[in-house]
Design a protein around this ligand. Structure first.
Ligand code: SF4
Ligand code: SF4
Length: 375
């Protein structure tokens, strides 16, 4: 017995694949599958989080519909992946936030922006929103630095805790053992280069079965986010360690990192949204669309409002733009553990487990244990 209908269907299809094995060179899913003779719910979650939904196995498969076997591995693993995010969510009472996630994210952003506009007015007066503020500490004339630190420090700490607890459950469920540096290095390299997105060399396939630019736009998004995060972290060090208060000059490394990262976050999410439009809907999880689009739009808005704030920070627009930017970033942090952001953590965790299994293959007794868990 499996926990859900999707798990049961994934088990049916993966069992067919495990007999066929035609796709064994396409990605990490098939070698991981081939180490198993039976598939517990946890091992199916593991396989689902190794899959990049590139579509290559669907193109290669002789058992896709209308064949009676009706194999569609990208779709069933996409559906299972979305389901797995809620299964390991911490605290589990917040797992329903993964449902109708686009709406949850949009509402959170709207409330957060209203909260910051209201906060600026409450802490100063209504005119402060439309008055030009310049020089060091200009941002903190709208909201004191201590209040910002309390708000963002609190929401960031919660997001880290929730993500860590979720990943910990997933890691234990998929049988993760003691880590070695080579496991982390292997998984880190595969995650940083999206090694398994290339479908065995053919590339990620769009509706016309041509390689698309998904890897490039994913890199823009991921590394753009990393650079923006580095910019914020450096600003924290400069503020607390050296007493240098934002806004900073154009040539300050905080601003340069923010500009380069911000451009990545402008280009990447737009490209991924376009790739999503071109991707065959028959290979995706239709119910996850709101979550995926909502996350990309939030990343784009974070960058767009941040760059606009940089350009217009010496004008009367600064107050409204700061409220918009802080509201979007606050909502993004708050919804991190209950939206598409988690996919990077689960995929990386699955890749570490895959590196472990390459080093120490799953044994006959592990398979017997899986069988026992399944009953
Ligand atoms: S996807 Fe199709 S061709 Fe590939 S291993 Fe599975 S059953 Fe075989
Ligand atoms: S990564 Fe691509 S080839 Fe591998 S299972 Fe997923 S869709 Fe199929």
């Amino acid at each position: 017995m499996h926990g859900t209908n999707i798990l049961a269907e994934a088990n049916r299809q993966i069992t067919i694949c495990n007999a066929c094995r035609y796709c064994e060179n396409l990605c990490a899913v098939f070698p991981a599958m081939e180490q198993r003779r039976v598939f517990s719910d946890d091992s199916l979650d593991y396989l689902a989080n190794l899959c990049h939904n590139c579509g290559a196995c669907y193109e290669a498969c002789q058992y896709i519909p209308p064949h009676d076997f009706a194999v569609n591995v990208p779709k069933v693993l996409a559906e299972l992946r979305s389901e797995s995010y809620a299964r390991y969510a911490w605290p589990h009472g917040l797992a329903p936030l993964f449902r109708r996630n686009g709406l949850v994210v949009a509402l959170t952003a709207a409330v957060a922006v209203a909260f910051f506009i209201g906060g600026f007015v409450a802490l100063g007066d209504a005119t402060v929103l439309f008055a030009a503020q310049t020089g060091p500490g200009a941002f903190y004339r709208l909201m004191p630095h201590e209040v910002m630190v309390l708000l963002f420090g609190g929401v960031f700490a919660f997001a880290i805790l929730a993500l860590a607890m979720s990943v910990r459950s997933f890691w234990h469920a998929i049988g993760g053992g003691p880590l070695t540096m080579s496991d982390i290095r292997d998984a880190g390299r595969a995650a940083a280069t999206l090694h398994y997105l290339d479908g065995g060399g053919g590339g990620c396939l769009n509706e016309e079965a041509r390689p698309d630019d998904r890897r490039f736009f994913h890199h823009c998004t991921f590394y753009g986010f990393v650079l923006c995060f580095a910019s914020t972290s450096l600003a924290t060090v400069l503020h607390n360690g050296f007493g240098w208060h934002a806004p900073y000059s154009w040539y300050n490394p905080v601003v340069l990192l923010g500009i380069i990262g911000g451009l990545g976050l402008l280009i990447g999410p737009l490209g991924l949204l376009r790739a999503k439009e071109n991707h065959d809907p028959g290979l995706s999880d239709a119910r996850a669309r709101g979550m995926e689009v909502g996350f990309l739009v939030m990343l784009w808005l974070t960058s767009a409002t941040g760059l606009l704030l940089l350009v217009l920070r010496a004008t009367p627009m600064m107050g409204v733009l700061l409220a918009l930017h802080l509201g979007v970033v606050f909502a993004l942090f708050l919804t991190f553990p209950y939206g598409k952001f988690v996919h990077g953590f689960y995929r990386s965790t699955a890749l570490v487990r895959f590196a472990q299994e390459k080093r120490t293959p799953v044994t006959v007794s592990d398979n017997a244990e899986s069988q026992r868990n399944r009953r």
